[in-house]
Design a protein around this ligand. Structure first.
Ligand SMILES: CC(=O)N[C@H]1[C@@H](OP(=O)(O)O)O[C@H](CO)[C@@H](O)[C@@H]1O
Length: 472
């Protein structure tokens, strides 16, 4: 741990000595806690970060104009599709994916470092119980889906395989997540195949480039965004662990989508058979302002333009037939080869764009009292997981059906969309369809059969055959 003098020198070098203004009021223990936090900040990186944040915030408004003129949609013929592909092709992709899983070449990686601010819970989102009859949490649903895909691969290939589960957490989520998994016996998975690691935290900064204090002895810190993954992979030797296990393909996903298909064999098989090093699942956007990023090209390079950075005029553009021009909604389900991740970690991770989020950051005022600001006062810098697409040599997009694969938990009940109620309904509706496909009959209160509404009937049927046993 640093001495007070060392900490002062470091902060001086970074132009941030204001954070020590309450030093004389702190107890011995509080001083130690603070010095410990300050020890973890590299002075060079710190001053760069504060400068970059202030500069980026003043530049942020210019990005929209650039996108207007340089952005174009991905042509439909370049997007693989569950809905538009024939039975034989889908089966080939499914077989290929299952084979890769059976041969222990596939891992899943969960991005679970976020704070669930919109949902309004203080614990990790994965621990949320959405009120299913089974009472299962998002973590449990995901664990059981991993188990099921392993079983399916084992049955088909007569092997005993493992799909390791890498979980990226943050200072906010690591401890409660570990505790939750332990208390629940890792939901039946072998603990040695559940690998948790932590992403970095970075300071929140005021508009004039000064670190914000959230307590007299604590800096306001935030996770470095889900694109912090690439640095965390290096910090925690995760790629070495994957190499030891023989993992070649990684399915990366975010925690809140209740319908996520862990290590989806069709998606894995599609990406592998196209020779892709990087891939993204998309769904057709439901409405222009839907808070999903859009997969598109900017200056001819594939990327996701995040919803927070897309101007409404662009989001609302339509083709003459009425369909949205930017309709490929990112569902945060990505495919990467381990080689690609290795390359990004070694060569490009420092070049990832810093996205600016202007937020209300609670702070201590000159008297040392905590203030909860009513308007934004600070900058949080975040990296985005999809910003590595530009480094890909072969990028593919894969369109899937929303009702089968995307229903995210973002907001608390009361909001119109993406709430515990809507995700619960999505999962129950999916199970209803699966039950019907397996021969069940549902009757309404008058004893009349209820007819299922299935869009795109054929591929759903095919996927159902392979996923029926993966139900909950
Ligand atoms: C940086 C990032 O990954 N953003 C993703 C992610 O956004 P959230 O802000 O976490 O809701 O999930 C969305 C899908 O639920 C996806 O559309 C979006 O692009």
């Amino acid at each position: 741990m640093l001495s007070f003098e060392e900490a002062t020198a470091r902060l001086q070098a970074a132009g941030q000595t204001h954070v020590l203004r309450f030093w004389s009021e702190l107890s011995g223990e509080e001083k130690d806690v603070f010095l410990d936090e300050l020890s973890q900040l590299d002075p060079e990186e710190l001053s760069q970060h504060c400068r970059a944040a202030a500069e980026a915030a003043s530049r942020a408004s210019g990005e929209g104009e650039r996108l207007d003129t340089h952005m174009e949609p991905v042509a439909a013929e370049f997007i693989g599709s569950v809905c538009k592909s024939d039975k034989e092709t889908l089966k080939q992709w499914d077989d290929e994916g299952i084979l890769q899983i059976a041969e222990n070449r596939v891992a899943v990686l969960l991005l679970a470092g976020g704070q669930g601010t919109r949902l309004g819970v203080s614990y990790p989102k994965g621990m949320y119980n959405v009120g299913l009859p089974s009472g299962k949490t998002l973590y449990q649903i995901q664990a059981e889906r991993i188990q099921k895909v392993q079983e399916l691969a084992n049955e088909k290939n007569g092997s005993k395989c493992t799909v390791p589960w890498y979980i990226m957490t943050s200072e906010f989520t690591l401890e409660p997540t570990e505790k939750f998994f332990k208390e629940n016996g890792y939901f039946g998975l072998d603990p040695s195949n559940v690998i948790m690691f932590e992403q970095r935290m970075i300071p929140a900064v005021s508009f004039d480039g000064k670190i914000i204090l959230e307590k007299k002895n604590k800096i306001a810190m935030a996770p470095d965004g889900n694109g912090g993954l690439y640095r965390a992979l290096v910090d925690n030797n995760v790629l070495e662990d994957m190499e030891k296990r023989g993992v070649q393909y990684v399915h990366v996903y975010c925690v809140d989508n209740i319908l996520v298909k862990l290590a989806d064999p069709v998606f894995i098989g599609f990406c592998v058979s196209k020779g892709a090093d990087c891939g993204a699942k998309v769904v057709e956007k439901a409405y222009p302002a839907e808070p999903v990023g859009v997969v598109c090209r900017v200056d001819g390079i594939y990327q996701v333009v995040e919803y927070s950075e897309l101007k409404p005029e662009m989001a609302e553009q339509r083709h003459p037939g009425g369909e949205l021009v930017y309709s490929s909604g990112n569902i945060c389900n990505h495919f990467f080869t381990r080689d690609f991740l290795q390359e990004v970690a070694q060569k490009f991770q420092g070049q990832l764009k810093q996205h600016v989020a202007i937020k209300k950051v609670p702070f201590v005022d000159e008297e040392g009292s905590l203030v909860k600001p009513t308007k934004p006062n600070g900058i949080k810098m975040e990296k985005f997981v999809f910003d590595v697409f530009q480094f890909s040599k072969k990028f593919v997009a894969f369109e899937v059906l929303r009702e089968e694969e995307f229903s995210p938990l973002k907001n608390a009940d009361g909001a119109p969309v993406d709430t515990p109620t809507t995700v619960r309904r999505s999962l129950l509706a999916q199970h209803y369809r699966w039950a019907v496909q397996a021969g069940a009959n549902f009757l309404d209160e008058h004893g009349n059969p209820i007819t299922p509404k299935l869009r795109c009937q054929y591929p759903v049927l095919l996927l159902l055959t392979s996923f029926t046993q993966r139900s909950l």
